[in-house]
Design a protein around this ligand. Structure first.
Ligand code: HEM
Length: 493
């Protein structure tokens, strides 16, 4: 293993590890805030319990994200000193702003976690909203810096000397906003699906139905909406790539020859020696149409770029296919679940759909890892596109295999610790196996249908009082069937 490869592998693992915690930090606050808002509106203690349990899970992920993020900032300086010396004065601003956003996030998360009895209800909800905003801002700022590596802007160099910097133009480089939007929508989609999958699994185990149905409804609504938005922002990202990083687009698509009316390839395996992509299914004109909105536009192929400037084609192409495949599957599942909800068929009472949601729960995270692979590997051999090669940026220090191995061990231990803690968190206060969904379909239908009515009954509105009381009674009966006496938990805990 060369030192350059060891440095790249260490960076790839560190980013791949950190990103999982970062996206949870971005998206989990939305779920917590929705649950708390529903509790404040309805008075239903299960929403309160949900907000508390989700925020505890988010806090675990936030802590590991903070540790792995700090490690990353050291790695940037230690492994890529030439890059930092060149880029630091230009993209220092988004990095510093990211730091501020992170501090805000930590402060308001502290208030959210420990302020339930210490601040008023409005202030508490506002703290949750501020965690959400600062987490999203933090992700956006980091992606602005990454966007600059893809489309460097806002500075001029004369004879290797930096003569002027426009910090604003550098931060809002051409890739920043589209990449940032795609990252944010991807985070909400991935976390929504992951959380929905956990609660679907709990429902399949027969755990507390009313609690997990509510959790599933919130998580799937968030995941579902953003599963539709991710391909839209992905389309914007693809247009930006087509215009400013044409070789990355050709690599993503495994397109070797220049082609007017270029087809979109589904699947396929690039053979980099023979310079062909085999076994793919071609959709005529679709690539030209998606990349430029003109079905006859010419798209440059990989062969029109010098061999020494090409990224690893197979990795970029396969990662792109994985991302799009996961995104498509999530969208289809979200669409199906949405239709079920519109037809008032409770998802909690459909074991097959619940199983599909469990299977789909890692798809968003897989898509995110694949998306970052496209962005980073697709930019190679450049660390700053067209300006500095990755090989020029690496530290001259020898023996980089040693820190690489050390970090792998660190991430392994951290990963195991997180899984153990989260398992405890998920199964905490669970009453144990009850009635599986197959046996409880009928009762569950009434239970889920009653939720809205019950909420209205709690509010005591004219609109909801009669219907709500009837359905609330039905739900009470259904829950009575489903729960064992020992399953009662402290809702206010
Ligand atoms: C289904 C249609 C999708 C399309 C057309 C698409 C397109 C793209 C493109 C072109 C890039 C490269 C951007 C660049 O290098 O500048 C990208 C990156 C990325 N994609 Fe996707 N994507 C899709 C779905 C998804 C989904 C479902 C997720 C995750 C849930 C996702 C997560 C990411 C991430 C994390 C990146 C790297 C960071 C960024 O560029 O924002 N993508 N995507």
């Amino acid at each position: 293993m060369t030192d350059l490869f060891a440095a790249r592998a260490q960076m790839a693992f560190s980013l791949g590890f950190h990103i999982i915690f970062a996206v949870v930090g971005v998206a989990m606050p939305l779920l917590m805030v929705i649950a708390e808002h529903l509790y404040r509106r309805s008075g239903d203690p299960e929403y309160l319990e949900l907000a508390k349990r989700w925020s505890k899970g988010a806090a675990i992920m936030f802590a590991v994200g903070a540790v792995s993020g700090t490690v990353l900032s050291f790695e940037l300086g230690l492994l890529w000193p030439t890059f930092m010396a060149y880029a630091g004065p230009i993209i220092g601003m988004p990095f510093s702003l990211e730091g501020f956003a992170f501090f805000f996030e930590a402060i308001f998360l502290g208030i959210y976690l420990y302020g339930w009895e210490r601040v008023g209800p409005r202030a508490h909800l506002a703290a949750g909203v501020l965690v959400l905003l600062s987490g999203s801002a933090s992700a956006l700022f980091v992606v602005c810096a990454n966007g600059w590596m893809n489309t460097p802007a806002g500075y001029s160099m004369v004879g290797g000397e930096l003569v002027s910097v426009d910090l604003w133009a550098a931060m809002w480089n051409p890739a920043a906003l589209v990449e940032g939007l795609h990252m944010l929508t991807a985070s909400f989609a991935a976390v929504g699906f992951a959380v929905a999958g956990i609660h679907a699994a709990m429902l399949l185990r027969g755990a507390r139905r009313s609690f997990h149905s509510r959790a599933l409804a919130i998580a799937l609504s968030v995941g579902g909406v953003f599963a539709f938005l991710s391909p839209l922002t992905g389309d914007l990202a693809a247009q930006q790539v087509a215009e400013l990083q044409p070789l990355k687009l050709a690599a993503m698509e495994g397109l070797w020859e220049d082609e007017a009316g270029a087809p979109l390839l589904i699947g396929g395996l690039p053979d980099e020696e023979a310079e062909v992509t085999r076994y793919g299914i071609e959709l005529p004109y679709a690539l030209s149409l998606l990349a430029t909105h003109d079905p006859h536009a010419e798209i440059r192929g990989i062969k029109s770029f010098p061999a020494e400037e090409r990224p690893p084609i197979a990795v970029t192409h396969i990662a792109f296919q994985i991302m799009v495949a996961c995104g498509t599957a999530m969208m289809l599942l979200a669409g199906f679940a949405g239709i079920q909800a519109l037809r008032r068929r409770p998802i909690a009472a459909q074991p097959r759909l619940l199983r599909a949601l469990v299977l789909a729960s890692p798809l968003g995270v897989i898509a995110i890892e694949a998306g970052w692979t496209v962005t980073e590997v697709g930019r190679q051999p450049w660390i700053i596109y067209g300006v500095m090669r990755t090989a020029e940026a690496v530290t001259p220090m020898p023996g980089l295999i040693v820190p690489f191995t050390g970090f792998m061990v660190l991430y392994g231990v951290l990963g195991i610790a997180v899984v153990v803690l989260l398992r405890r968190q998920v199964f905490a206060a669970e009453p144990g196996p009850l009635v599986p969904p197959e046996a409880a379909g009928e009762a569950a239908g009434k239970a889920a249908g009653a939720t809205a009515g019950e909420a209205a009954a709690v509010r005591g509105t004219d609109r909801g009082t009669d219907r709500g009381t009837d359905q609330g009674t039905a739900r009470g009966a259904a829950d009575g069937v489903l729960r064992q006496p020992s399953s009662e938990v402290d809702h206010g805990a």
